[in-house]
Write a protein that binds this ligand. Structure first.
Ligand code: ZN
Length: 214
Protein backbone atom coordinates (compact mmCIF):
# COMPACT_ATOMS: atom_id res chain seq x y z
CA UNK A 1 0.00 0.00 0.00
CA UNK A 2 1.06 3.55 -0.69
CA UNK A 3 -0.23 6.47 1.39
CA UNK A 4 0.60 10.03 0.43
CA UNK A 5 -0.59 13.53 1.07
CA UNK A 6 -0.49 14.89 -2.48
CA UNK A 7 0.42 18.56 -2.64
CA UNK A 8 -2.46 20.51 -4.20
CA UNK A 9 -1.60 24.21 -3.82
CA UNK A 10 -4.19 26.64 -5.21
CA UNK A 11 -3.71 27.76 -8.80
CA UNK A 12 -4.15 31.33 -9.99
CA UNK A 13 -7.36 32.07 -11.88
CA UNK A 14 -6.75 31.15 -15.54
CA UNK A 15 -10.20 31.92 -16.97
CA UNK A 16 -12.67 34.86 -16.83
CA UNK A 17 -13.61 35.66 -13.21
CA UNK A 18 -17.36 35.32 -13.90
CA UNK A 19 -16.76 31.58 -14.43
CA UNK A 20 -16.76 31.14 -10.66
CA UNK A 21 -18.84 32.62 -7.88
CA UNK A 22 -16.60 30.98 -5.30
CA UNK A 23 -13.12 30.78 -6.78
CA UNK A 24 -10.80 29.53 -4.05
CA UNK A 25 -13.56 29.62 -1.42
CA UNK A 26 -11.62 26.82 0.30
CA UNK A 27 -7.84 26.98 0.22
CA UNK A 28 -6.45 23.84 -1.37
CA UNK A 29 -3.33 22.39 0.25
CA UNK A 30 -3.25 18.56 0.12
CA UNK A 31 -5.29 15.53 -0.90
CA UNK A 32 -4.75 12.39 1.18
CA UNK A 33 -4.40 9.46 -1.23
CA UNK A 34 -4.14 5.77 -0.44
CA UNK A 35 -3.24 3.29 -3.17
CA UNK A 36 -3.80 -0.42 -2.47
CA UNK A 37 -0.82 -1.29 -4.67
CA UNK A 38 2.81 -0.33 -4.13
CA UNK A 39 2.42 2.06 -7.06
CA UNK A 40 -0.55 3.08 -9.21
CA UNK A 41 -1.24 1.28 -12.48
CA UNK A 42 0.00 3.47 -15.33
CA UNK A 43 -2.92 3.65 -17.75
CA UNK A 44 -4.21 5.97 -20.46
CA UNK A 45 -6.42 8.98 -19.84
CA UNK A 46 -10.07 7.90 -20.05
CA UNK A 47 -13.07 9.55 -18.41
CA UNK A 48 -15.40 6.56 -18.71
CA UNK A 49 -16.69 5.06 -15.46
CA UNK A 50 -15.67 3.05 -13.55
CA UNK A 51 -12.45 4.86 -12.79
CA UNK A 52 -11.36 2.64 -9.90
CA UNK A 53 -11.45 5.41 -7.31
CA UNK A 54 -13.49 6.61 -4.38
CA UNK A 55 -13.68 9.85 -2.43
CA UNK A 56 -14.15 8.21 0.96
CA UNK A 57 -16.08 10.22 3.54
CA UNK A 58 -14.14 11.05 6.68
CA UNK A 59 -17.38 11.53 8.65
CA UNK A 60 -21.10 10.95 7.93
CA UNK A 61 -22.67 13.55 5.63
CA UNK A 62 -26.41 13.17 5.14
CA UNK A 63 -26.97 15.54 2.23
CA UNK A 64 -24.59 13.99 -0.28
CA UNK A 65 -25.32 10.93 -2.49
CA UNK A 66 -23.10 8.08 -1.32
CA UNK A 67 -22.31 4.47 -2.17
CA UNK A 68 -20.17 1.85 -0.46
CA UNK A 69 -16.54 2.71 -1.14
CA UNK A 70 -15.49 -0.89 -1.81
CA UNK A 71 -17.85 -1.08 -4.80
CA UNK A 72 -15.57 1.40 -6.58
CA UNK A 73 -12.16 0.08 -5.59
CA UNK A 74 -12.94 -3.66 -5.57
CA UNK A 75 -13.28 -5.96 -2.56
CA UNK A 76 -9.69 -7.16 -2.36
CA UNK A 77 -8.21 -3.70 -2.79
CA UNK A 78 -10.68 -2.24 -0.32
CA UNK A 79 -9.56 -4.82 2.25
CA UNK A 80 -5.93 -3.75 1.71
CA UNK A 81 -7.02 -0.19 2.48
CA UNK A 82 -8.99 -1.26 5.56
CA UNK A 83 -12.29 -0.32 3.92
CA UNK A 84 -15.31 -2.32 5.06
CA UNK A 85 -18.62 -0.45 5.12
CA UNK A 86 -17.25 3.08 4.69
CA UNK A 87 -19.19 5.35 2.38
CA UNK A 88 -17.83 7.30 -0.56
CA UNK A 89 -19.16 10.06 -2.78
CA UNK A 90 -21.33 8.50 -5.51
CA UNK A 91 -19.40 8.82 -8.81
CA UNK A 92 -22.34 10.56 -10.50
CA UNK A 93 -22.48 13.22 -7.79
CA UNK A 94 -19.29 15.21 -8.43
CA UNK A 95 -21.31 18.32 -9.35
CA UNK A 96 -23.55 17.83 -6.28
CA UNK A 97 -20.44 17.67 -4.10
CA UNK A 98 -19.05 20.82 -5.74
CA UNK A 99 -22.32 22.62 -4.92
CA UNK A 100 -22.87 21.19 -1.43
CA UNK A 101 -19.32 21.60 -0.15
CA UNK A 102 -19.61 25.27 -1.11
CA UNK A 103 -23.15 25.71 0.24
CA UNK A 104 -22.29 24.10 3.58
CA UNK A 105 -18.73 25.51 3.69
CA UNK A 106 -17.21 22.09 4.34
CA UNK A 107 -13.47 22.10 3.65
CA UNK A 108 -12.89 19.30 1.09
CA UNK A 109 -9.78 18.00 2.88
CA UNK A 110 -11.78 17.52 6.08
CA UNK A 111 -14.56 15.78 4.13
CA UNK A 112 -12.86 13.24 1.84
CA UNK A 113 -9.75 11.13 1.35
CA UNK A 114 -9.04 9.40 -1.92
CA UNK A 115 -8.73 5.67 -2.62
CA UNK A 116 -7.39 5.01 -6.14
CA UNK A 117 -5.21 2.36 -7.73
CA UNK A 118 -4.39 3.90 -11.12
CA UNK A 119 -2.93 7.06 -12.60
CA UNK A 120 -5.98 7.87 -14.72
CA UNK A 121 -8.14 7.88 -11.59
CA UNK A 122 -5.63 10.21 -9.94
CA UNK A 123 -5.96 12.62 -12.85
CA UNK A 124 -9.75 12.75 -12.55
CA UNK A 125 -9.68 12.89 -8.76
CA UNK A 126 -7.35 15.89 -8.90
CA UNK A 127 -9.57 17.47 -11.57
CA UNK A 128 -12.54 16.99 -9.21
CA UNK A 129 -10.46 18.27 -6.29
CA UNK A 130 -10.14 21.56 -8.19
CA UNK A 131 -13.92 21.70 -8.68
CA UNK A 132 -14.41 21.13 -4.96
CA UNK A 133 -12.34 24.23 -4.08
CA UNK A 134 -13.66 26.53 -6.83
CA UNK A 135 -17.40 26.84 -7.06
CA UNK A 136 -19.06 27.85 -10.32
CA UNK A 137 -22.45 27.53 -11.97
CA UNK A 138 -21.12 25.40 -14.85
CA UNK A 139 -22.61 27.91 -17.31
CA UNK A 140 -19.39 28.15 -19.34
CA UNK A 141 -18.15 24.60 -19.19
CA UNK A 142 -14.97 25.09 -21.28
CA UNK A 143 -13.79 27.77 -18.83
CA UNK A 144 -14.71 25.70 -15.76
CA UNK A 145 -13.00 22.62 -17.13
CA UNK A 146 -9.87 24.41 -18.35
CA UNK A 147 -9.18 25.58 -14.81
CA UNK A 148 -9.66 22.03 -13.46
CA UNK A 149 -7.63 20.30 -16.17
CA UNK A 150 -4.74 22.72 -15.62
CA UNK A 151 -4.93 22.05 -11.86
CA UNK A 152 -4.96 18.27 -12.33
CA UNK A 153 -1.91 18.41 -14.61
CA UNK A 154 -0.03 20.90 -12.42
CA UNK A 155 -0.65 18.78 -9.32
CA UNK A 156 0.38 15.58 -11.10
CA UNK A 157 3.58 17.31 -12.21
CA UNK A 158 4.40 18.51 -8.69
CA UNK A 159 3.82 15.06 -7.18
CA UNK A 160 5.06 12.88 -10.06
CA UNK A 161 8.17 11.56 -8.31
CA UNK A 162 6.23 10.39 -5.24
CA UNK A 163 3.40 8.98 -7.36
CA UNK A 164 5.80 7.19 -9.71
CA UNK A 165 4.32 8.92 -12.76
CA UNK A 166 6.72 8.94 -15.73
CA UNK A 167 7.19 12.30 -17.48
CA UNK A 168 6.16 10.65 -20.78
CA UNK A 169 2.79 9.58 -19.34
CA UNK A 170 2.21 13.07 -17.92
CA UNK A 171 2.89 14.38 -21.42
CA UNK A 172 0.33 11.92 -22.87
CA UNK A 173 -2.23 13.15 -20.31
CA UNK A 174 -1.51 16.78 -21.21
CA UNK A 175 -2.05 16.10 -24.91
CA UNK A 176 -5.24 14.12 -24.25
CA UNK A 177 -6.59 16.79 -21.88
CA UNK A 178 -5.95 19.39 -24.60
CA UNK A 179 -7.79 17.24 -27.16
CA UNK A 180 -10.73 16.83 -24.75
CA UNK A 181 -10.78 20.57 -24.17
CA UNK A 182 -10.75 21.39 -27.89
CA UNK A 183 -13.63 18.95 -28.46
CA UNK A 184 -15.63 20.55 -25.63
CA UNK A 185 -15.05 24.05 -27.04
CA UNK A 186 -16.46 22.96 -30.40
CA UNK A 187 -19.78 22.23 -28.69
CA UNK A 188 -19.84 25.74 -27.20
CA UNK A 189 -18.51 28.29 -29.72
CA UNK A 190 -19.86 31.16 -27.60
CA UNK A 191 -17.52 30.28 -24.71
CA UNK A 192 -15.62 33.11 -23.02
CA UNK A 193 -12.77 30.69 -22.36
CA UNK A 194 -9.36 32.03 -23.45
CA UNK A 195 -7.24 29.96 -25.85
CA UNK A 196 -5.96 26.92 -23.90
CA UNK A 197 -2.31 27.86 -24.02
CA UNK A 198 -1.86 26.54 -20.48
CA UNK A 199 -2.59 23.05 -21.87
CA UNK A 200 -0.95 23.40 -25.28
CA UNK A 201 2.37 24.74 -23.99
CA UNK A 202 3.94 22.02 -21.81
CA UNK A 203 6.74 24.31 -20.68
CA UNK A 204 4.30 26.98 -19.50
CA UNK A 205 2.28 24.41 -17.57
CA UNK A 206 5.37 22.93 -15.90
CA UNK A 207 6.58 26.39 -14.93
CA UNK A 208 3.17 27.22 -13.49
CA UNK A 209 3.31 23.99 -11.44
CA UNK A 210 6.81 24.69 -10.19
CA UNK A 211 5.89 28.24 -9.16
CA UNK A 212 3.10 26.85 -6.97
CA UNK A 213 5.61 25.06 -4.78
CA UNK A 214 8.17 27.87 -4.95
ZN1 ZN B 1 -14.77 18.85 -14.49
Amino acid sequence: MLALDLLTPSLPLLVPPETFDGFGWAVSTTLTWRCPLGAPALNALDDQLPLGMAFVLRAPWESIPTELAWLHVGRARAATLGLTDQLALAPYAIDDATDLLFAEKRPPAETFWLAADNANALYWALHDWSHFHNHGEFTDRPSTELQCDAAALAWLWINRANIGLPDALWEDYRRDALANHLALRETMPETRCPPPQVLSDAGELRRLAERLVG
